[in-house]
Design a protein around this ligand. Structure first.
Ligand SMILES: [Zn+2]
Length: 227
């Protein structure tokens, strides 16, 4: 999950839907959780649910979500505090999970025993591990897994192209493809051995938290975060 820096605002944003454009300007049109690029029905999402006492009109409680991460079978109305989950605007969520192309997103293998359950709870809250045939199959309308599959294939083809032609023009092409589809973490995983492409990805996806990565594009603990 891409760690993001959305900046701060202290004014009351009412109605809260007015935060959509400034948020997308900061973070791009990507779901903050599943990382999918979303043009229609990207929503201002309340991190702590309004029904559980979360601030309805304050920037600090906003992220962007697709309707499946924010939907009734997933996150909606379930979060009473930030404590028991990882959040992309507070933690280095890229360190929290492992991605692999068999559809799996899992707690990162190197997490401590204290952090493993937090990663697991976060995946469950957002339904990030839903795909047909899994123990958590997607709901009928939830097609996030299809797009995820497509992007795995695209990223692997792009890696193969890079090895054929490791030049600046290819980096630009790969970045155009990556930002046009989303799923930052898949691209970072596929290009894990190519620092120049990881750095270009960190730079190209708007609002990626730069303090979560070192000069080679490897993740580093986020100041003030749980991870
Ligand atoms: Zn989503």
């Amino acid at each position: 999950m891409r760690p993001v820096d959305k900046g701060t605002r202290n004014d009351s944003i009412n109605p809260y839907q007015l935060a959509l454009e400034p948020l997308t300007k900061k973070l791009g049109r990507y779901c903050s959780y599943c990382e999918m690029q979303v043009y229609n029905s990207l929503e201002v999402e309340h991190v702590v649910s309004i029904s559980k006492g979360g601030d309805k009109h304050q920037w600090h409680n906003f992220l962007l979500a697709c309707k499946h991460c924010n939907g009734s079978s997933n996150k909606s109305d379930k979060v009473s505090s930030r404590t028991n989950y990882f959040w992309p605007d507070k933690d280095n969520t890229f360190l929290a999970f492992d991605y692999d192309e068999l559809q799996h997103i899992r707690p990162h293998s190197g997490l401590s025993q204290v952090l493993q359950p937090i990663a697991k709870a976060t995946i469950g809250l957002l339904g990030l591990d839903r795909f047909p045939g899994s123990i958590n199959p997607p709901t009928l309308g939830d097609k996030r897994y299809i797009k995820r599959n497509e992007v795995w294939a695209l990223a692997k083809e792009s890696l193969s192209d890079w090895y054929q032609m490791p030049v600046q023009e290819m980096i630009r092409q790969i970045i155009r493809t990556a930002t046009g589809h989303g799923f930052f973490s898949i691209w970072m995983t596929v290009f894990k051995d190519i620092p120049e492409i990881k750095l270009a990805l960190i730079d190209a996806f708007p609002g990626t938290a730069k303090n979560c990565f070192d000069q080679n594009g490897n993740p580093a603990a986020r100041p003030g975060g749980k991870i």
